[in-house]
Every structure is written in structure tokens, then in C-alpha cells.
Design a protein around this ligand. Structure first.
Ligand SMILES: [Zn+2]
Length: 330
């Protein structure tokens, strides 16, 4: 699938920016690509690097020249992926060895020397300060890409010297189209993955290819179907089973969210077309009849709260207990 920018789903504004910058020779020395995991930062940074380095010098990598092929195979000496020694931090030593001491050496073959830092959020403060010196006075041929999930966590001095490219959520219909056309997912499954991916293409692909996703979905549906007949102990056991799939439990919360959005949608419109869990209509309808609008809103609020609490590392069982009680009460 070497169709360059045409193969990218969404991100039209960023692609436009990259192509203009390259064509008009207005390339900055430092960029931050900001977006959540799976949003496409690596893909765009790679395409940017390839477009910069391509020997044909077009607005698009040619995939034929030596440099394009090297970058594609991840063995171009002038495009450096910056890793790190320790798992959870990029240290000042990492930055010195891999960037600062290396950047002074001219590119071997290509026009630019490009550094891609995939987990820039992990840069320690000292590492950022070390990097800052390089970003302040970079060699003419150097371009640095910082890929960050949360650019706000980087030092303001770094941010102010970088062009920040913010990856936006991708429209549901584009994700669904991709899943159906490129991954040959059936309509119904594409709907679930799309809705669950919430604008994140990487996540949609992960779900579409995950062997566990269906099992997780089935478990969650079981809980939602029978929640009114289950006592809290039974519910907690079910939640623990879900946890054992080693997915982030927020994924399960997202599924519950999709379910109650279906309930709300059906209650409000009596229209089944927009319902995601189409194969569970009987239960969606039951729930819509049973719960009031206020009740459903309360459940959706409780889901948001539960997510926030889990993020803040509040005890898992406590969070889930509160959530499930709210669901049972409404
Ligand atoms: Zn090329």
C-alpha cells in the first residue's frame, strides 16, 4: 500500500501543511506531532520524512528512489528513530548520545538529517533542556520530530520553538469506509469498531484485528443484558473476568457507553438505524422502556466520572462498584 498521502485516512490539513512546507521550502527545524496513541503520528512523521528526503523532490514520496526505499525499510542512516534505554523515560544521556552528539555529523546521502522521537512525553526535564540547546541552534540540514500524546506536558521553551501539528479525530464515516473497504469487515462489525474507536484510526484497526475484541464485547453485553438480575458480587466477578483480558478497563467502559448511547438514541427517536448494537435490539428496547431520560443521562455521567477516576488511579473495585450501582438504580 504505497500510496503515500492518498492512503492516509483523514488529517487533510496536516498533509496540506507538509506538502506546502516541502514544496515552498519552508520546513521548520522542529515539529511536535500531537495526538493520542493510534492517531497516526508515526505514519505522518514517516511520510513527512520521506517527502523531505525523496530524491525526486516531489510533494509526495516516490517509493522508488533509494532513499524512499531505505526509509520504508527503516534502514536509512539519515532518518534516526530515537529510542531510550530505560522503559519509562528518555534521559539526558539518550538525548546526548542519539541526538546532540550525532546531529553535528552531516547527512550521509540524503538532503536532511531527521530525528524522530516517538515517545516525546517521556523526555525528562534535563533531557528536554539538553534537546532545547539543539533546537535553538540546529544545523541547516536537521529536522526533529517529537511525537507526543500530550504536548502540553513538554516545556514551554520547547513548545515555543516547534511547529505544533495537532492530529484531529477522524470522521466516523471515513473510518467505517476504511474498515469495510480495506479490511473487508462486515457492515455491523465496522459500525461497532468505528463507534468504539472514537475517531482514532489506529484503535479502529486494532479492534478490527483483535481476536479478543469479540469476546470482550460478548462479556460486556452479558453484563448489560442481565445487570438488573445480578447482585453486586456477581457483577464484580464479571468485571474481573473482563479485566483478565488485559485490555485497559476503560475500553470496557467505552463499550458500556456505546450501549447506553444506543438506549438513549432509541428512546428518543424509536429509530433503529443509528443503533450500533443492532443484534441486541430486544435488550436495547427493553432498557429504553425501563429507564427515564434522566436515568440514562445519569448513567452516561457516571461512566465519564468512572473513566476520570480510573485515570486518577482511584481504586478500581470502588470505581466499578459505584458505576454499577448507578446503572442498576437507573
Ligand atoms: Zn523517492
Amino acid at each position: 500500500m504505497n500510496n503515500g498521502f492518498q492512503g492516509v485516512v483523514g488529517h487533510k490539513d496536516i498533509i496540506q501543511y507538509i506538502q506546502n512546507a516541502v514544496q515552498q521550502d519552508k520546513v521548520s527545524h522542529a515539529y511536535i506531532l500531537n495526538g493520542e496513541r493510534g492517531s497516526g503520528k508515526k505514519l505522518l512523521a514517516n511520510l513527512f520524512a520521506m517527502t523531505l528526503e525523496c530524491e525526486k523532490g516531489g510533494a509526495q514520496p516516490c517509493y522508488e528512489c533509494r532513499t524512499c526505499r531505505q526509509i520504508e525499510n527503516d534502514n536509512c542512516p539519515d532518518v534516526i528513530k530515537v529510542g531510550h534505554e530505560k522503559p519509562n523515560t528518555i534521559s539526558v544521556d539518550d538525548v546526548r548520545t542519539m541526538i546532540n552528539n550525532d546531529i553535528i555529523i552531516k547527512p550521509y546521502n540524503a538532503k536532511y538529517k531527521i530525528y524522530i522521537i516517538p515517545d516525546a512525553d517521556l523526555l525528562s526535564i534535563q533531557a528536554q533542556n539538553a534537546l532545547l540547546k539543539t533546537i535553538e541552534e540546529p544545523p541547516e540540514y536537521a529536522v526533529i520530530f517529537l511525537l507526543a500524546e500530550n504536548a502540553d506536558s513538554l516545556l514551554a521553551t520547547i513548545r515555543s520553538r516547534c511547529v505544533i501539528l495537532k492530529l484531529k479525530n477522524i470522521k466516523d464515516k471515513l473510518i467505517k469506509k476504511y474498515l469495510m473497504e480495506q479490511m473487508e469487515l462486515p457492515d455491523y462489525q465496522a459500525d461497532i469498531c468505528t463507534s468504539f474507536a472514537q475517531g482514532n484510526m489506529g484503535r479502529a484497526i486494532m479492534l478490527a484485528t483483535s481476536e479478543h475484541f469479540n469476546e470482550i464485547k460478548e462479556e460486556t453485553i452479558q453484563i448489560l443484558k442481565y445487570i438488573n438480575d445480578m447482585d453486586l458480587t456477581e457483577l464484580m466477578q464479571a468485571i474481573k473476568r473482563l479485566e483478565s483480558y488485559k485490555i485497559q478497563i476503560t475500553d470496557c467502559l467505552d463499550l458500556i457507553m456505546v450501549w447506553y448511547r444506543d438506549v438513549l438514541l432509541y428512546k428518543a427517536t424509536k429509530d433503529v438505524n443509528g443503533v450500533i448494537f443492532k443484534d441486541q435490539l430486544k435488550y436495547i428496547k427493553n432498557q429504553a422502556n425501563k429507564s427515564s431520560y434522566e436515568g440514562i443521562e445519569e448513567i452516561l455521567d457516571a461512566l465519564e466520572k468512572a473513566k476520570a477516576r480510573l485515570k486518577a488511579n482511584v481504586n478500581f473495585e470502588l470505581v466499578m462498584e459505584l458505576l454499577l450501582l448507578t446503572i442498576k438504580e437507573n
